[in-house]
Design a protein around this ligand. Structure first.
Ligand code: NAD
Ligand code: WQD
Length: 345
């Protein structure tokens, strides 16, 4: 079984490549390396002891994409490739719409030309927007607050239209909550460029001494300690969710949305405390104003994925922090770090 993984050199894509190879799939990765490094895929090969094929191809280059499909008999696609920074999407919306939407349109057209109609798509809990009530289940009305979120919502709708036009398509829309952590080997992990936007990479960079202190965005939310509550999910649990979704799309037809989250929310202070507990490193922080656009509480109702995909997240908050720290401490400069790894040796 051959699976094409777009964006497979990225954070979630590389972890999913590990699980795909471990599960016996052959994989072809297409990535333009705009937000990732090739060394991530070298490490995927070292972790698994298996090979994969890589094409440095931009989804906006339809001719090159067509060539990839000509070279292989592809059974299904897992589509991670996209730009993902919310703030940047507000500054350069056209780039986000073009990359995330035109890229997906090209992919679907080429898939259609080759009769490939099984897809797992990286959507996001961002499609729930500013909701009052938690947990979020898949049926609540969708709304988004920024161009990045709108690209996810639009692609979901495009994929639904595709299925209406041809019921041979089978598509899973995976709405991730807050992916964190890293592979337990410490070999691959999240490598944000510049100052991290997300909480856990910020905490690990404070811990490793790259940043001086964390700014906690608001302590006046209606939560148990006033700080924002999120559904953090270990990236390995998330990657395994893709294997379950792939099995599902290979064996059924339709377009189905699934929340991939734990169903439990933790606050910013909970995350700081858990990180300090498992690492013994103090995280200096300062409470500042709320970040515009943030909501107080977000967590998933993951029942549909639990039942239909037979998937459940197993890894808890301490494992998330421990694995994130192992990755950061072995690789203080991310994939640019020139160190001999203690991991796997
Ligand atoms: P990432 O940036 O690490 O990975 C995305 C990969 O796609 C990168 O390797 C990048 O080089 C590649 N890419 C981007 N545009 C491309 C194009 N036009 N052609 C070919 N390759 C291209 O991001 P990630 O965190 O691994 O996220 C993967 C997917 O999951 C994205 O679609 C993202 O929007 C979505 N998602 C991420 C999160 C999160 O918090 N990390 C949450 C919800 C959804
Ligand atoms: C988590 C909590 C912050 C940083 C974002 C995107 C979303 C999705 C995942 C792709 C919040 C607080 C954060 C900091 C802080 N991505 N925080 N200080 O905002 O839930 O989701 O990433 O689809 O679309 O919006 O994640 O990690 O940025 O924030 O206090 O320096 O940590 O206010 O409560 P978020 P996050």
């Amino acid at each position: 079984m051959k699976v094409l993984v777009t964006g497979g050199a990225g954070y979630i894509g590389s972890h999913t490549c590990v699980e795909l190879l471990n599960a016996g799939y052959k994989i072809i990765v297409v990535d333009n390396l705009s937000n990732s490094k090739l060394v991530a895929l070298e490490r995927v090969k070292e972790i698994t002891g298996k090979e994969l094929e890589f094409y440095n191809v931009d989804l906006l280059d339809k001719v090159a994409l067509y060539q990839v499909f000509s070279n292989h008999r592809i059974d299904a696609v897992i589509h991670f490739a996209g730009l993902k920074a919310v703030g940047e999407s507000v500054s350069i919306p056209l780039k986000y719409y073009h990359n995330n939407i035109t890229g997906t349109l090209n992919l679907c057209e080429v898939m259609q030309a080759f009769g490939v109609n099984r897809m797992v798509f990286s959507s996001s809990a961002t499609v729930y927007g500013l909701q009052e009530d938690v947990p979020f289940s898949e049926e609540i009305p969708l709304q988004t607050t920024n161009p990045y979120g709108r690209t996810k919502l639009m692609v979901e709708e495009i994929l639904r239209d595709l299925y209406v036009s041809n019921q041979n398509w089978s598509i899973a829309l995976l709405r991730y909550f807050n992916p964190v952590g890293a592979h337990p080997s410490g070999y691959i992990g999240e490598d944000p460029s510049g100052i991290p936007n997300n909480l856990l990479p910020f905490i690990t960079q404070v811990a490793v001494g790259k940043l001086s202190e964390l700014k906690v965005f608001g302590n006046d939310y209606d939560t148990h300690d006033g700080t924002g509550v999120r559904d953090y999910i270990h990236v390995v649990d998330l990657a395994i969710g893709h294997i379950r979704a792939l099995e599902n799309v290979l064996n059924t037809a339709g377009v189905k949305a699934y929340n991939l989250g734990t169903g439990t929310g933790y606050s910013v202070l909970d995350m700081i405390n858990a990180f300090e507990k498992v690492t013994g490193i103090a995280i200096p922080y300062q409470i500042v104003d709320r970040r515009p656009g943030d909501i107080g509480t977000s967590y998933a109702n993951p029942t549909k994925a639990n039942k239909e995909l037979k998937w459940v997240a197993h890894k808890g908050i301490e494992e998330m922090c421990k694995d994130a720290w192992r990755w950061q401490s072995y690789n203080p400069n991310g994939f640019d770090t020139k160190v001999k790894h203690k991991a796997l040796k």
